[in-house]
Design a protein around this ligand. Structure first.
Ligand SMILES: [Zn+2]
Ligand SMILES: [Zn+2]
Length: 396
């Protein structure tokens, strides 16, 4: 039973850390342990470490720490690329040494030995394509071509010069401070790829997420089938019912079968739990990026829209409170002539701030040209089409 509880704890702790790290800021976790863990993981842990270094080594230690942090987080470096290779390589190696000797099995054909290598190989190829492809670097030679791709919407993009590159910033582009270059249709800088995700490589990035999701599901299901095959080949159910006298029903057999699997194949079960959690995360990431692709929005633009909408909301609120103040001043001057409003009526009356003044705050994304057109733009980027400048979008 000890191993069983260890596995349950492993699964729960992994899930807790991953959920806290990725979703700890969500409003539903406000004031909970998950939010505190998120703060610790994203900021607190480093701060404690910095204080420890300062205490032991003094200011020279903290300076060294800041320099290391600068080179690891603010400069291009292959640390996360190496980590990706280590995780994928390590997991696949563990599967090969722990599970390949049971293939072919009752439920798995021998060809899975080769298709699994092929599946990991395709994943690696997508990783190379995303990492080393040009995301759409803008320079003095091609800036005029990129300027013709998208019009300025004058909401989140207006004509501006990049203060570092000293060239006009095309609409939807951004200067990546890590790579030190302007990138067309900038999505985000991906540390795992050590590259920007932009106009030309968003397709590879989204394919990478989708393929790795399938890869994890394939791994989980394949190991599950291998274990089911072992159960069948070793006639575990027969032994349990005939020799141990356990009732031949799902309810009474399940705990014994699970216990047998965990004690005999704990490496495989650990890998299955890990792959299942990663596949869940990847499905979330893929879903998010796919929804961005089909609405022709970039990650960078979602932040810009958030800023714009919250600013618009504040302007609206300020307007409403000015009007409310004006109205109450008017009321005050007319108080003597106006009949007094019922106490209850004024209690239930909505405040001016809550009243809708009819002006709706909307996100007017002029780059959204419909589901299929947007998807086509990801698959076949505008900049790689023959008549580069002929694909100007109409501002509406
Ligand atoms: Zn720039
Ligand atoms: Zn970058």
């Amino acid at each position: 039973m000890g191993v069983q509880w260890l596995l349950v704890c492993h699964g729960l702790v992994t899930l807790l850390v991953v959920v806290s790290f990725l979703c700890g800021q969500w409003p539903i976790f406000q004031g909970t342990f998950i939010q505190r863990l998120h703060t610790f993981l994203t900021f607190g842990a480093f701060d404690y470490f910095r204080r420890f270094v300062e205490f032991v080594f003094g200011s020279r230690g903290t300076n060294a720490l800041y320099i290391t942090q600068y080179y690891c987080c603010d400069r291009p470096n292959p640390i996360l690329q190496a980590l990706y290779l280590a995780i994928v390589g390590g997991t696949f190696y563990l599967i090969v040494i722990s599970t390949f000797n049971y293939i072919p099995s009752y439920y798995m054909g021998g060809y899975h030995r080769y298709t699994s290598v092929l599946a990991v190989g395709v994943g690696f190829l997508l990783f190379l394509l995303t990492s080393f492809s040009d995301p759409g670097t803008i320079n003095a030679e091609n800036v005029s071509q990129y300027l013709s791709l998208y019009p300025y919407d004058n909401i989140i993009y207006s004509e501006k010069e990049c203060s570092t590159c000293k060239i006009l910033k095309p609409a939807r582009s951004k200067h990546c401070s890590i790579c030190d270059r302007c990138v067309a249709r900038f999505d985000h800088h991906c540390g795992w790829m050590n590259n920007c995700i932009g106009e030309k490589n968003t397709l590879y990035f989204v394919m990478f997420l989708l393929w790795h999701f399938f890869l994890c599901v394939y791994g989980t299901v394949a190991i599950g089938l291998v274990l089911a095959g072992r159960l069948k080949e070793l006639e575990v159910v027969y032994i349990l019912t005939a020799y141990y006298g356990i009732e031949n029903s799902y309810r009474s057999l399940a705990p014994h079968v699970v216990q047998w699997l965990i004690s005999s194949y704990n490496t495989q079960i650990l890998i299955m739990v890990f792959l299942a959690i990663v596949s869940l995360l990847l499905s979330g990431f893929f879903g998010y990026h796919f929804s961005l692709c089909v609405s022709n929005t970039t990650t960078n633009e979602t932040f810009k829209w958030e800023d714009y909408l919250s600013w618009q909301r504040k302007v609206k609120e300020a307007k409403a409170s000015t009007e409310a103040l004006k109205a109450s001043l008017d009321d005050l001057s007319q108080e003597t002539t106006k009949p007094q409003q019922s106490k209850w009526k004024s209690f239930f009356k909505r405040s001016k701030l809550e009243q809708d003044d009819g002006v709706e705050i909307i996100k007017n994304n002029i780059y959204d040209r419909g589901f299929f057109q947007n998807l086509y733009e990801i698959i076949y980027p505008l900049s790689s089409r023959h008549s580069f400048s002929a694909h100007k979008l109409k501002t509406g």
